[in-house]
Design a protein around this ligand. Structure first.
Ligand code: SAM
Length: 271
């Protein structure tokens, strides 16, 4: 493993904080482990030389690669399933009662390889079938990493992941392609737009949402940046809209104007 010098470490930490909100100040070994291979592939002997190269990287490719490698993309189908159950049993009946015939809008912020967004669409489809309602919905799913977005758009996953999907969904929405992969049904996919977006920047489209999921993303953020992002997510919620964050995350009263309605679920109630 190539060891990082203090100056290079600080400049990578500062860049990741200012540009992406991520807090890597205690992740020296992680940076060394994950980037050593990159340095070796580039034939660079030191982090000092690597940082110099990053500064001269006008194509942005080297920076993009570093961000992708230093972020955690871990996700799986039906992760923190309570949220999907809550959507089906509580939020959707409420949305339908309050806004009949609307196109419901959902933003999956920090979607990684897409499993979360596909699960949302599957819940919506289930609800439609169960109630007989012809409700329409659009899901915007965003991430900073082109690599994960490519996988998400492709909608093709390892057959091993199939076992984490409930049997009814496997039958309705998944097609086994061969011994190694399965793919997600087109009727599900057509409701989702995968787009590149850095949560530290304003969303390109001026849109409000009935529900925003930003789960297991802010856990890696610097606390000052978290505050900024929560504010922006709040502004993108309709009145009576909901925000879901990861189970291990929590927003303090200082951080949000939203009302806690369930653990890690918040509502925009205008007082
Ligand atoms: C651990 S995954 C969480 C995936 C999914 N939400 C879940 O709960 O399973 C975190 C994702 O957030 C993305 N991310 C990190 N910083 C981001 C930023 N500044 N803007 C947008 N996405 C970001 C990462 O690329 C990664 O794919």
């Amino acid at each position: 493993m190539i060891r990082i010098d203090e100056k290079s470490f600080q400049s990578i930490v500062e860049y990741m904080k200012q540009s992406y909100g991520l807090d890597l100040s205690k992740k020296k070994v992680l940076i060394e482990c994950r980037l050593t291979k990159v340095l070796q592939n580039l034939n660079i002997p030191s982090f000092e030389a690597y940082v110099k190269m990053l500064n001269q990287d006008h194509s942005g490719q080297l920076i993009e690669q570093m961000v992708d490698i230093l972020t955690t993309h871990y996700t799986y189908f039906l992760r923190e399933n309570e949220h999907f159950q809550l959507l089906k049993n509580n939020l959707l009946p409420e949305f339908v009662e309050k806004k009949k015939n609307a196109v419901y809008k959902i933003w999956c912020a920090g979607c990684s390889t897409g499993e979360e967004a596909y699960c949302l669409a599957m819940v919506m489809e289930d609800y439609k079938k169960q109630t007989g309602l012809s409700l329409d919905y659009q899901i915007l799913a965003t991430d900073i990493s082109d690599n994960v977005l490519d996988i998400a758009r492709n909608g093709e996953y390892s057959i091993k992941q199939l076992s984490t999907i409930e049997p009814y969904w496997q039958l309705q929405y998944c097609y086994v392609k061969n011994n190694t992969t399965f793919f997600i049904d087109d009727d599900i996919r057509k409701h989702i737009t995968f787009d590149k977006h850095n949560l530290m920047e304003p969303l390109k489209i001026n849109r409000q949402f009935d529900l925003i999921l930003c789960r297991n993303v802010m856990i890696y953020f610097h606390k000052d940046m978290r505050y900024q992002i929560v504010k922006s997510l709040e502004n993108h919620l309709y009145k009576d809209g909901y925000l879901m964050i990861g189970h291990a995350e929590m927003l303090s009263v200082k951080e949000t104007q939203l009302t806690t309605v369930f653990p890690s679920v918040y509502k925009k109630e205008i007082k």
